[in-house]
Design a protein around this ligand. Structure first.
Ligand code: ATP
Length: 281
């Protein structure tokens, strides 16, 4: 076997080992912390969940803006095992999405891959099925492993926010971790109130509006029926016209000359997709 083939086989084996570890771990603190990391009290951490099918420059732009605006110590990119509301499921396997996410964020200050939303252990049903990953459970789990005094946020794009009402225990999510919502092109800011989970109301908090590192932040406050209040933030200036659905379609239509995704994917992700023949059919 050549040196290159040997190296590639070793990389494949270590990837498989990480995947097996993710699949077999019970829901424990280990899977919530990237490489056993412990954040000191006072750290600021954002959970960024999604399919990452594939991870693209839009995801990186959102995470960079949030990191800079909120002085985040960590943005946890957490590819989801089973997205309860995407019935068609992900196109690439969890293993591939995890690896592409690692490649996409390599060298980015404060970015880490998290197994917090990895496929859950098989349930006892017949045939055995993996339970869905609910964001509220993941956030409660993450909060439990953070030191007191750490801030936990939940970062998402506007399209996810507009579907929030349908999420499991939706009204609790902004209270488990304040939401930071990155606006997407074509989504009007006026729609915010209408998209709120039932029972929540929105109040402006203009004193908390800010522009740090050139990133504009609009601040609001969410109030639930018992009067609890949670901060709620929008990044209105983010207009990144990139979607994974479009990238997958482009790759499928362009399988011959392989230029699809050149401007919207990190180079290492593009290479990985080509190498593994992902999204061709
Ligand atoms: P798909 O088209 O497959 O739904 P996506 O990129 O929209 O892909 P995810 O990979 O699940 O979806 O995205 C993870 C998170 O990143 C979601 O909260 C999504 O709203 C957000 N996001 C993705 N692309 C953008 C973008 N261009 N601008 C703002 N937010 C984005």
């Amino acid at each position: 076997m050549s040196q290159a083939a040997l190296r590639s086989a070793m990389r494949r084996r270590s990837r498989q080992a990480r995947y097996d570890e993710a699949m077999n771990q019970p829901d424990s603190a280990d899977r919530l912390r990237p490489s056993g990391q412990v954040w000191q009290s006072g750290s600021r951490v954002a959970f960024f969940g999604g399919s990452f099918d594939p991870p693209h420059l839009g995801h990186l732009a959102v995470a960079r803006a949030a990191r800079d605006a909120f002085r985040l110590d960590a943005v946890l990119f957490a590819p989801v095992g089973a997205q309860p509301l995407k019935h068609e499921g992900s196109t690439a396997s969890f293993e591939h999405r995890l690896e592409m996410t690692r490649l996409a964020i390599a060298g980015e200050r404060g970015f880490a891959v998290s197994l917090a939303d990895a496929p859950r252990p098989l349930g006892g049903s017949r045939p055995p099925r993996r339970p869905p990953n609910y964001t509220i459970d993941t956030l409660v789990g993450l909060r439990a492993i953070l030191q007191p005094g750490c801030a936990l946020y939940c970062l998402m794009g506007a399209d996810s926010f507009f579907g929030l009402r349908r999420w499991h225990r939706a009204a609790e999510i902004p209270f488990a971790a304040p939401l930071i919502v990155a606006w997407r092109p074509g989504q009007p800011l006026e729609g915010l109130k209408a998209a709120l989970p039932q029972g929540l109301t929105l109040e402006p908090a203009p004193d908390d509006d800010r522009t740090e590192s050139g990133v504009a932040v609009r601040a609001f406050c969410l109030v639930n029926p018992t009067g609890d209040r949670a901060p709620f933030y929008v990044l209105p200036g983010l207009d990144v016209e990139i979607s994974a659905t479009e990238i997958r379609a482009q790759i499928r239509d362009d399988s011959k000359n392989r230029t699809a995704g050149r401007e919207v994917l990190p180079a290492a992700v593009r290479e990985y997709i080509a190498q593994h023949g992902l999204y061709r059919s």
